[in-house]
Design a protein around this ligand. Structure first.
Ligand code: SF4
Length: 372
């Protein structure tokens, strides 16, 4: 569920959101209409992810309304993982308690850093104190599954300052940590500043060093990497929802710009709150486009997404899904990558090494271009 409102746009972000929240009541009524129009797929649901945008800019009663509607319209199982993304500076203890009462059992906090110079560069509205309080309040509200997001690769960041952020994060003992590499998405203000030479990006080798640092440091603190950017203190604490994306499972996306996928069709909604509301108020599903994935495209996605996971591609699952023999198609290329220390294989799986994870995109494209 994409809640498309933010207090302020961060210059690096290319997710669709607006800062004018005057349409929030109408938006909630229309997302409920969208749920009513799309609630009959032949699935049971065991995750609900309320992301954005910044869902925590909405009043809790609006969030409660969408959760109650989703629970009644979709076949949401009793032990479903229900996550909300919150940003420090937009929550108070009462709000977090109300989220808990509304049935939310997992909270993902967009901390990004604990250092002022990084907040300034990233254009974030909060302080390190706000971040610490949000984590503490979530714990006090009774959340037993708290995730913290951090960003590395920020210009000027050193290995020591990144260690400080990681160290500070684990002091709060979150169950889950996401460490995202700063990327310069085309068309964002930060990407334009980069093109104009306003700042110098961190060099690629240093970014690679920090990536390796994450894995080593967090392993020493009992956080196992289970996906390129994601770490958890136990298998049961991994994001059940995000694992579905990496396993190419079907999902329904609601809200402006949200994507849905039911194999082999992917579709996406209009990336405009006003167009989204207008369509739904006039009885139309606000779809902006769709594509039907070919068998080769499905295989490529399975490989790309499978290689994101530390466990790698489940080869027997791949073979039965496509009625193929994975190692017969890709064996030669896999052997080459294995000799270079980029991939490891066994009877059942094929995964990138830490070194290989730095080359995910190029390894995937070489595999599929030479395999098909
Ligand atoms: S708060 Fe999050 S969604 Fe909103 S602009 Fe910043 S990064 Fe993007």
């Amino acid at each position: 569920m994409h809640i498309p409102f933010c207090v302020k746009k961060c210059p690096y972000c290319d997710f669709y959101s607006i800062t004018d929240t005057s349409l929030k009541q109408r938006f909630i009524s229309t997302i409920i209409s969208e749920m009513k129009m799309t609630c009959n797929p032949p699935f049971k649901f065991d995750t609900l992810y309320i992301g954005g945008g910044t869902p925590s800019v909405l009043d809790t009663k609006l969030i409660t309304r969408v959760i109650e509607t989703a629970s009644s319209l979709y076949n949401l199982l009793a032990d479903s993982e229900i996550t909300i993304e919150v940003n420090p500076g937009t929550v108070k203890p009462e709000k977090l308690k109300e989220y808990k009462d509304a049935g939310i059992n997992r909270i993902s906090i967009g901390v990004q850093s604990f250092q002022e110079r990084n907040f300034n560069f990233l254009g974030r509205i909060h302080t390190a104190e706000d971040a610490g309080l949000a984590i503490q309040w979530a714990r006090d509200a009774g959340f037993e599954n708290i995730g913290i997001d951090l960003i590395y690769g920020i210009p000027g960041q050193t290995r020591e300052s990144w260690y400080c952020d990681l160290h500070q994060a684990v002091l709060y003992e979150p169950e889950h940590l996401s460490c995202y590499m700063l990327t310069y998405e085309l068309g964002t203000p930060m990407e334009k500043d980069l093109q104009n030479g306003t700042f110098k990006p961190m060099d690629g080798k240093m970014v690679g060093d920090l990536f390796t640092t994450n894995i080593e440091f967090l392993a020493g603190k009992s956080y196992a990497q289970y996906e390129i950017s994601n770490f958890a203190r136990g298998k049961n604490l991994r994001s059940r929802h995000n694992q579905k994306y990496w396993s190419v499972a079907p999902y329904i996306g609601l809200g402006p710009s949200a994507h849905s996928f039911i194999e082999p069709r992917r579709c996406w909604n209009k990336a405009s709150v006003t167009a989204y509301i207008k369509d739904l108020e006039e009885g139309r599903i606000p779809v902006d486009g769709q594509e039907v994935l070919s068998r080769e495209q499905m295989m490529t996605e399975s490989i790309l997404l499978g290689l994101r996971k530390a466990d790698g591609i489940d080869v027997s699952e791949f073979n039965s899904r496509f009625d193929e023999n994975f190692f017969e198609i890709f064996g030669k290329q896999i052997d080459d990558f294995e000799k270079k220390g980029l991939i490891v294989t066994n009877q059942t799986g094929c995964a990138l090494t830490v070194k290989g994870m730095l080359f995910l995109d190029s390894i995937t494209s070489m595999l599929v271009s030479q395999g098909f």
